[in-house]
Every structure is written in C-alpha cells, then in structure tokens.
Write a protein that binds this ligand. Sequence first.
Ligand code: NAD
Length: 350
Amino acid sequence: MSTQQAVNIKRDLNKDDLIAITGAGGFIAGALTRYFHDLGYTRIRAIDRKPLPDWYQRVPGVECLSMDLSEKDNCIRAVEGAVEVYNLAADMGGMGFIEHFRVECLRSILVNTNLIEAAYRAGTDRYFYSSSACAYNTLLQQDPNVRALKESDAYPAMAERGYGWEKLMSEMFCQEYWVERGLKTAIARFHNVYGPHGTWDGGREKAPAAMCRKVIEAKDTGKREIVIWGDGLQTRSFMYIDDCTLGIDLIMHCDKLIATPINLGSSELVSINALVSIVEEIGGIKLERKYDPTAPRGVAGRNSDNTFIQQVLNWEPSTPLHEGMAKTYAWIEQQYADRKAGKRTVRDQA
Ligand code: NAD
C-alpha cells in the first residue's frame, strides 16, 4: 500500500481532543505537530525544553510550551487534559553526538519515566514512545551486508551504549504500563529519519543532512572535496519524514500493536558512499572523497526488516531515497543561503 492509500486510519479521537506532543521544537515532533494540525485537530500542545525562537517549526494555533520534561512537575503540566501523548523528546543527535555524550542520552530516561507516569495519572487514552533501531543487538550489525533487523533481534540485549540502552529500558516501561496498569502504549523503533526542518549543522546532524550541507558548502566555497566519516562502506536505510509521521499515526491507532515494539523505517539499504553519490547528483557536482577513519561511524550495517509492519498494517515507508533527498537538499540549500545573506533562518522564525 502506498503512502497516499493508507489514509483510512480509525482514530478514537475527536477533532477537539487535546493531543500533547513532546520534543516539538525538534525535527520529527515538529513535523508531527504540523501533520495533526493539517488533519484538522484543533487542540495541540507542543512541548520542548528549547526556547521558542529555536524551534524548527511553530505551527499556528498550537499551544507551545518551553519546559524541561526531565522534571516531574513539568510532565504533569504537559499532559494535563491530554487524550493522547506522543513522547519524542530526547537528548540525541547523529553518531558524533551519541558516541560522545552517553550520559546526556541516558538521562532522557527521566523524560519518559516522568511523562508516562504523569500520562497514566492524567487518564490519557494512548501514549506513544519514539524508540530507535539503536535498541537492537549491536552484535548483529557488524557487517555492511547486514541481515535486516526484525523486532525480536533486540533480545538478547546488547544495545548501543548509552542511547540504545535508554531506548530499550523506556520501551519496557511502556510495555509494563500496559500490562500492569492498562495504559495503551505504542512503541515505534525508528530507523534514520531525514527531511526538511531538521538539524543540518552544529554537531547533532545526521548523515543525510550532513552530506547535503557538505556538498552545498563545497559548491559555495569552490573547495571540491568532501570528508566522509569512516570508510563510506557502512550501510543504512533512511526514512523520509512524511512516511515517519504517517507511520506514527498508523501505529498509535492500531490496537493489535499495543505495547508491541515495531520497526518504522525504510528497507532501501544504501552505503554512505552511495548516499554521497545521490547528493552529488542532486547538487550537480562531483567531489574528491576524503575518508576519516577516526571519526565516529556507528555499526557497520543496519536495515529495517519490514515483514511485521507489512503484515499488521499492510503498509511500509516507501518514499524513494532520491526523491526525499532532493527535497531535503533544497531546504538545506535555502537555509544555507539565508544564513549567508544574514537573513533569519527557519530556526529563528518564532
Ligand atoms: P531532535 O533532537 O530534532 O528533537 C528532540 C527534541 O527533544 C529536541 O528539540 C530537544 O530539545 C527535546 N528535548 C530533549 N530533552 C528534553 C527535555 N528534557 N525536555 C523537553 N524537551 C527535550 O530529534 P528527532 O530526530 O526529532 O528525534 C525525535 C525522537 O525520535 C527522539 O526520541 C529520537 O531518539 C527518536 N529517533 C530519531 C531518529 C532520527 O533519525 N531522527 C532515529 C531513531 C529515533
């Protein structure tokens, strides 16, 4: 089923029921806020600890709160009256961030722990948790010709240190709140997500945005080379943001998936070298490749096995990588040009 066909979702939600979305100053939750707004939901509360001027998207008519959700009282305020809660707040970034800031990654457990308890006490109907492919056993990801990861591959557990263990533990919270307390929880394991309105510089950006920025920079400066972390042979799959928001909606409102971790990712596997070639083609330039073997590279290979999501939802993310990257490139190019011209970028539009 294509992205367009999968719109008939049975939500037990009125248009004026309150939806709370955390991490909404960031990439995915910002897009999710716009998604529900555009579907006609009139009461959305968006929460992030970043000051409002730093949010990637500010959606008209949405209540925006700047609060640190590792604090219990802020979580209580965030979910007050909410019928559905989507928790996408986490201290995270690309490999450069999660390999160097494990403590920060682990501390995100405070957000989910306080938020799910607050949601349960507030009588929330459904609670969504954004997990990650980093929760999977790293021993299964040591070869670039990786076997795609299926949901059962998270156990026996050997998750990515820091970030991955936090995800695995928070998943367990979601599962036990359903089993012991009857809170309907949904758990999606995202595989790399990319698209416009996300981090593209500053150290937290992920490979697709970083490659776009590097190609744009090379074109701008005339320095026709690109630095690639690792040997470029590491493989990944990348999911376009529109597939991610639709997938969240589908998973959250499927009773067969309550408290059941499920992959939400593309199964189109590419090497980082192939990703660079796609971006070069979009940018209309060929660059000399320099490899940095000392830079963080993550696991050798990772892909999403979509058998389960196909079985349950008859759907899987399907935006072709080239198509999604062209849109992402265009957005980053505009941001780059705006910044260079001294204009306010999306980040400053509040
Ligand atoms: P992001 O960094 O753009 O957004 C996360 C937001 O959470 C940030 O704006 C941050 O300020 C906010 N936040 C962090 N700690 C907070 C706190 N204590 N209180 C309030 N807000 C806080 O990241 P994203 O890419 O949008 O990721 C969203 C979720 O999806 C995260 O849980 C992430 O782990 C998960 N995920 C993302 C990817 C991906 O490829 N982007 C892959 C796997 C999982």
